[in-house]
Design a protein. Structure first.
Length: 94
């Protein structure tokens, strides 16, 4: 799993099931548990699913995810993405 900077935020890119270890690691490094997160499974495909959450709720939110690659966006940009998907009618899983 790679941690790469993106516009002052952080993006995590991983494949398969994302576990609570990702959230726990970020929280241990100083991120607040209520930090906004958006996970996108199979981005760019017709089967894409969006999972808005927080670091504290990420593992539970992803329990319904399939086996596609998952991209996780962490920080304020994730809160904006969650608001946009709700306004646009994009498929969102909770």
């Amino acid at each position: 799993m790679a941690l790469t900077p993106a516009s002052g935020e952080r993006s995590l890119r991983g494949h398969g099931t994302v576990t609570a270890a990702v959230s726990a690691g970020l929280i241990a490094q100083g991120r607040a548990p209520d930090t906004p997160v958006v996970a996108v499974e199979s981005a760019g495909s017709p089967d894409a699913q969006i999972f808005p959450a927080t670091l504290a709720t990420l593992a539970v939110a992803l329990q319904g995810a399939g086996d596609g690659p998952v991209m996780i966006v962490v920080g304020e940009v994730a809160a904006q993405a969650a608001a946009w998907t709700q306004a646009s009618g994009a498929p969102v899983r909770r």
